[in-house]
Design a binder for this molecule. Structure first.
Ligand code: NAG
Ligand code: NAG
Ligand code: NAG
Ligand code: NAG
Ligand code: NAG
Length: 413
């Protein structure tokens, strides 16, 4: 039942984006339909696109391991590792919304950040949050239970990161040299550092790629659907949908609508590409599209996205808003409490870009004003640099990863 309803909800979501996108996004992608159908065909036929994170790492010539970690609230998470030597410093990478550990490695050998870190002698660990392709398990709940999906980025910061980080530091008996987060991988780190400071103490330095605490100045399609969030929530709830965009859902949907019929489906297709690549056509490598569509999206809870949309609307970085009455029961206040960023003591490096419509420079300014221990602050020197360019841009190695490696070598205390 649920599996039949999901595509409907996804279609609803996407057509809404599409409709709003059509009204505001004035970009035409030449040959888009052709590109997309080629990409879809490739994904079906291309063996590489169907490899999982472990296989992608091994294919690039590195050893790979998978570790399963139990959280305090019963979720089983998979961490991927490119093991280093006995004296290798630990680095942990945490993915963005609807992403997985695979997102870091799809650009391949000699380019991807995890491989560069392994080449420099680090012991590299790639986390996977609850609800994504690699972490869809719980000791008592199944993904078909709505309770399984009752989490947002708050729980990822409160339970997932502490479980993964203490597992790694226990196993190796070392502190964490560097935590690298991308987008939601930063949001959750801030939550963890505020709610679980004893865990954050194990981290020497944190690097924020697209630091996502405040999103009140977000632009693009999500900004436009934000005002309608309560009706969207009601529709999804009435359909019994708790999970958003699991692996291959986009691919299956695109295959089904065909991407080349009427103007409406055409528009959906172009908006999906827009959602993925933003406006940075220069840095986007179309050859990677089959791989990207095979690994993105990787699934999360609807509640996670609702939590972000609440922050778009409120302009605040605060706990989940359940409504006045339930907030009172849960938080003992009608308004959810703010996450107090000034309490974070871990040294933080900020890396951000001009053309990121999710993490706007204005919101980075707001965050900068509240953090008390910023050790590096870097604006990617490319004016069209967008939200996913951190992972997939042709020039990500020179524009971003060199800076990351340099920051990691700095003394911070
Ligand atoms: C799809 O891929 C197969 C195998 O690579 C190829 O033979 C076929 O021509 C492709 N079809 C299209 C429409 O690109
Ligand atoms: C790590 O070690 C501590 C102390 O031995 C223990 O209490 C904790 O449960 C361990 N955590 C994990 C995730 O293994
Ligand atoms: C946008 O950014 C400015 C500057 O940092 C900030 O003062 C303002 O609160 C933000 N707007 C919203 C709606 O969050
Ligand atoms: C709830 O808040 C009120 C007013 O701030 C305070 O007096 C009371 O002690 C709080 N109750 C709990 C259980 O924290
Ligand atoms: C684009 O991706 C393909 C496949 O990974 C790769 O072979 C090629 O070098 C990339 N092109 C650029 C300009 O990065």
């Amino acid at each position: 039942m649920l599996s039949m309803m999901q595509p409907t909800a996804i279609a609803y979501f996407l057509s809404l984006c599409s409709f709003l996108g059509a009204a505001t996004v004035n970009v035409t992608f030449e040959n888009l339909q052709e590109l997309l159908s080629t990409a879809l065909n490739d994904t079906k036929n291309n063996v590489d696109a169907n490899l999982n994170t472990l296989e992608l790492i091994r294919k690039a010539g590195y050893p790979a391991e998978a570790h399963v970690v139990l959280t305090e609230d019963g979720y089983l998470l998979t961490i991927h590792r490119i093991p280093g030597g006995k004296n290798s410093p630990l680095v942990f990478l945490q993915h963005c919304l609807l992403c997985s550990s695979a997102g870091w490695v799809v650009i391949g050998k000699n380019k991807a950040l995890p491989f560069k870190l392994a080449d420099q002698g680090y012991d590299v660990w790639l986390g996977n949050f609850r609800g994504n392709t690699y972490s869809r398990a719980h000791i008592t709940l199944s993904p078909s239970d709505s309770k399984f999906w009752d989490f947002s980025f708050d729980e990822m910061g409160t339970y997932d990161l502490p479980a993964m980080l203490s597992y790694i530091t226990n196993l190796t008996s070392k502190p964490l040299h560097t935590y690298i987060g991308h987008s939601m991988g930063t949001t959750t780190f801030y939550v963890m550092a505020i709610k679980r400071p004893e865990i954050a103490k194990m981290v020497r330095v944190m690097i924020s790629l697209a630091p996502a605490a405040f999103v009140g100045n977000m632009t693009g399609p999500l900004r436009l659907i934000a005002p309608f969030i309560s009706s969207i929530e009601a529709v999804l709830r009435s359909l019994g949908v708790n999970e958003l965009l699991p692996k291959n859902s986009l691919l299956q949907y695109l295959t089904r609508v065909g991407c080349n019929f009427d103007p409406f489906t055409k528009q959906i297709c172009s908006d999906i590409i827009f959602l993925i690549i933003g406006f940075d056509q220069e840095q986007f490598n179309y050859t990677l599209l089959p791989m990207i569509l095979a690994h993105f999206p990787s699934g999360t809870s609807i509640k996670t996205v609702l939590h972000y949309i609440q922050e778009v609307n409120s302009g605040k970085f605060q706990a989940y808003d359940y409504g006045r009455q339930k907030n009172m029961q849960i938080y003992n206040t009608t308004v959810p409490p703010d996450y107090d960023l000034s309490r974070i003591t871990v040294p933080i490096a900020l890396i951000h870009g001009d053309n990121d419509w999710i993490v706007n420079e204005k919101d980075v300014n707001k965050l900068r004003g509240l953090l008390t221990n910023i050790v590096d602050d870097y604006r990617v020197p490319f004016s069209k640099f967008n939200h996913v360019d951190y992972l997939w841009a042709k020039d990500a190695p020179t524009l971003v990863y060199e800076k990351v490696l340099e920051t990691m070598k700095k003394k911070v205390n």
